[in-house]
Structures are given as structure tokens and as C-alpha cells.
Design a protein around this ligand. Structure first.
Ligand code: HEM
Ligand code: HEM
Length: 216
């Protein structure tokens, strides 16, 4: 019997859609040279990602990385036999780990990216040898193209899956889905995620944010 199941908590849904807006803003501000705005958005994304990583260890059952870790064979098999699942399916799990890792790499390389001005250089530029800064700046430029290609594939699969099988895009918006014979996953209260997010935002605000806001 199909019942309505809570698949994604508020924390995961907020994380996803806030990340989409921030990545769009980061791509635009980075490419157009609005580097102060760019860095402010980047620290918001950094706070969001760190809070999500901790939520992946202590959060709701469907948010936990241990729940969506799958073997490569399971992922390939799933692509040939897609069906509704509670949480991430084995194939999407790989895409999600990759996207999160590349976004972290983009943030770390950004910290050492050169912009020709001590005020808008990444904060590690002044501390690192020139060869490291050159490497980080090159990674920062190349990695965004890889992220954008993977995001296009990710959106393509989300649309395909929603059209052919269950509407996973709607589930990422509403948090619920009608599924057959599956137990309700254990959910944690999302306020814990938002408290962590606020703490990381505050730390990064004191480290860089207030200096950047003063430059606006
Ligand atoms: C910058 C663009 C995007 C990035 C970086 C991104 C990244 C991610 C990440 C990291 C997750 C895992 C969420 C979590 O477990 O907390 C996810 C899930 C998901 N995303 Fe995106 N996403 C992007 C855009 C989109 C868009 C535009 C759509 C819809 C058209 C979409 C549809 C989905 C869906 C349906 C899931 C759940 C997948 C599943 O059921 O396994 N994403 N995305
Ligand atoms: C704390 C984190 C970050 C810092 C400090 C940072 C810093 C910078 C700086 C200084 C530049 C200018 C480089 C130049 O003048 O050529 C830049 C460019 C750029 N950044 Fe970031 N960034 C960060 C995170 C991100 C993130 C998370 C994204 C995307 C998801 C991103 C996307 C870009 C893009 C697309 C450019 C333009 C690259 C080009 O010139 O082709 N950055 N960033």
C-alpha cells in the first residue's frame, strides 16, 4: 500500500536549494569580477557545506552518508533498473559525493586564489609561496568548469528520473513522497542543523565577513 513518507528533512532541502542559489551567484560574481560579493557568497556556501557534512554524520537517517554509500556495481545496476527509493539512490549518491567534494575543492582553492589586490585576493595568498598560489588559482578556474558540467548531468538525470519514474524534484521541494511498503526513516529535528549553520556563519563573519562587508 502506498503511504506518504517523509524522505527529506527541512535541513537537507534548505541546504540543496540555498546551495543552488549560492553556486549560481558565485559563478556569476566570479566570472564578472565582483570579487567582494563573490567572497561573501563563498563563506555562506562554506558554512552551509560544513553544516551539511556534520548533518551527514549525525542528522536524519536519509541525510547520513553511511545510508547512501553504495558499491560502483550497485550504482551501475541501478541505472539499468531505476525505481523509487527512500533517500538517495546508489547512482545519485556518487554524483552527490563528487559534487560536494569538488565544491569543497573550489572553496579551498579560492582561499589561495590571486586577484591582483591584497583586499580581494583570497586570504591565504599573502601566506603561501607564489607557486602554491599559481596552482590554486589554476585549479579554481578549471574546477568550476568541471562542476558546471557535472551539475548539468545531475539536473539532466533529475529531470529524466522525475519524468520516467518518481518525481524526485518534487520530493526535494516538499520533502515527502508516496511510496509502497517502506518504513518511515528516522528524522532528526532540523533546528540542530540551523544552529550549526549560524555558528559557522558567525565564525566566518568574524574571520573575513565583516572586513568584506565594509568593502561593499
Ligand atoms: C548548482 C546546482 C546544483 C548542485 C551543486 C546540486 C547538488 C546536489 C547535492 C549535493 C545533492 C544532495 C543533497 C543532500 O543530500 O543534502 C543534490 C540532490 C538532488 N538534486 Fe541537486 N544540485 C543542483 C541543482 C539541482 C537542480 C536545478 C535540480 C532540479 C532540477 C536538482 C535536483 C536534485 C534532486 C532531485 C536531488 C535528490 C536526488 C536523489 O533523489 O537522490 N539539483 N543535488
Ligand atoms: C572562500 C572561497 C572563495 C574565494 C576566497 C574565492 C576567490 C576568488 C578570486 C580572488 C577570484 C578572482 C580570480 C581572478 O581574478 O582571476 C575568483 C574567481 C572565480 N571564482 Fe572564486 N572564490 C571562492 C569560492 C568559489 C566558489 C565556491 C565558486 C563556485 C562554486 C567560485 C567560482 C569562481 C569563478 C567562476 C571565478 C572566475 C574564474 C575565471 O576568472 O575564469 N569561487 N574567486
Amino acid at each position: 500500500m502506498a503511504q506518504r513518507i517523509k524522505v527529506w528533512d527541512g535541513a537537507v532541502r534548505f541546504f540543496h536549494w540555498a546551495m543552488v542559489l549560492l553556486v549560481a551567484g558565485l559563478w556569476f560574481s566570479g566570472s564578472e569580477g565582483y570579487i567582494v560579493v563573490h567572497q561573501i557568497l563563498a563563506y555562506c556556501l562554506a558554512s552551509l557545506l560544513i553544516a551539511r557534512i556534520i548533518w551527514g554524520i549525525w542528522g536524519s537517517e536519509t541525510a547520513r552518508f553511511s545510508q547512501f554509500a553504495a558499491s560502483p556495481q550497485a550504482a551501475i545496476k541501478y541505472l539499468g533498473n531505476a525505481r523509487p527509493v527512500v533517500g538517495h539512490n546508489p547512482a545519485s549518491s556518487y554524483m552527490i559525493f563528487t559534487l560536494m567534494t569538488l565544491l569543497l575543492l573550489q572553496i579551498i582553492s579560492g582561499l589561495a586564489t590571486f586577484d591582483n589586490s591584497y583586499m580581494s585576493d583570497g586570504p591565504l595568498v599573502a601566506l603561501l609561496p607564489a607557486s602554491w598560489v599559481d596552482l590554486a588559482s589554476a585549479i579554481h578556474k578549471l574546477n568550476i568548469d568541471i562542476i558546471l558540467i557535472l551539475v548539468t548531468v545531475h539536473i539532466g538525470f533529475a529531470l529524466w528520473h522525475s519524468w520516467r519514474h518518481d518525481n524526485v524534484i518534487k520530493t526535494m521541494v516538499t520533502g515527502t513522497a508516496k511510496l509502497n511498503n517502506v518504513p518511515q526513516p528516522v528524522m532528526q529535528a532540523s533546528w540542530r542543523f540551523f544552529v550549526m549553520l549560524a555558528v559557522f556563519l558567525l565564525i566566518l563573519y568574524y574571520w573575513q565577513g565583516r572586513m568584506l562587508l565594509a568593502l561593499l
